[in-house]
Design a protein around this ligand. Sequence first.
Ligand code: CTP
Length: 406
Amino acid sequence: MPDPLEDKQIVLGVCGGIAAYKAADFLRLLVKSNANIRVIMTKAAQAFVGPVTFEALSGHPVWTRMFEGRKNGVLRHIRWADEADAAVIIPATANVIGKMAHGIADDPLTTLVLALRAPVLVCPSMNVHMFENTVVQDNMDRLRQVGMHVVGPATGLLACGHEGAGRLADLEAIAEQLRRLLTPQDLAGEQVLVTAGPTQEAIDPVRFISNSSSGKMGYALARVAQRRGAEVVLISGPTTLPDPDGVRAIRVRTAKEMFDAVMAQAGHSTIIIKAAAVSDMRPSKVFQHKVKKAEMGQQWPMEKTDDILKALGETKKDQVLVGFAAETQDLEENARAKLTAKNLDLVVANLVGRNDSGFGSDTNQVSLYYKDGRSEALALMHKSDLADLLLDRVLEIKKNSMPDAG
Ligand code: CTP
């Protein structure tokens, strides 16, 4: 998917809190995503950071005083509000939260917020006692009631020396929430279960059998599904990737642990996508001590792991079930065999062993095989674009399987 922030008009409202300096970093994140940013600073914000910083980073003059910038008889707060795709208040102080909750408009930021139709993302940051104050909590409730979105605060050591809720949320998490607000929520109401990464099957305390799956495809699917409004559970084998924001991530190691975790979640999932490269075999015996060289060289008995996807196919009712097939030969034949054997709606098949596709790479080239016999050969694309496309196809499958579908 193209970055939802690209070419979007975002108003950044900076208020007077210690975290005001982080708003400059946040602005840089948005600029990196090619968003157009207009900055408004409250008077108090300017006591913490100078407008010049934001002017240089956004490439536009910063709005600091109410009665400046009249053009063609149109007041700036109306023009900026009309043109905005979203506004972010960062850091949102108790004062500005209180004013927004009660319709007070006594500076450029609070005036613009009243005129805004686009989504507003409020990122509170303040002392924990201020944040926990009933008045502030009531005001936060009011903001949610009127449809504003809130991210954070995070918990931890605060600049004032207290410990607790009051830290500005992680900037990436704020950006991700903003992306979600700018993305059509066509997966709202869906419970998506994604598996990702390899599994590791222990031989002894230091050795295991695994494969080179990076988890990138599954994580992209989880992130994009979340962005499009789904409730997402990601069950992942060991990877170096961070948990995607807003996704419930369950980390497992072995095929058995993945089996148990998937089965516990499957019942309430409406869409299941099994992108994990599950180990097909595991050593029959796990040594409790590190195996010595002298003990090696003999045959190591192996046994099959349970096929998670097959088990899901056997119990499947209304779910859409998507499997992956990583092959080194006879792609179509093998993929179609998996489609039938595992009772899938769709198989995403790719030839592995290339540098630009499959395991580890950021891009993937796959062919899709559908239950009704259709197939689709896709071009090489970024894994997040592929994730979007696969979720489009899943929605089509869902639509076509509705009882009244023509
Ligand atoms: N899979 C699974 N559980 C396993 C093995 C595989 O759920 N124990 C799932 C994978 O997540 C993937 C699909 O099955 O979605 C294809 O896995 P793959 O190993 O390529 O296929 P297999 O069915 O194991 O067949 P083969 O090894 O014969 O190619």
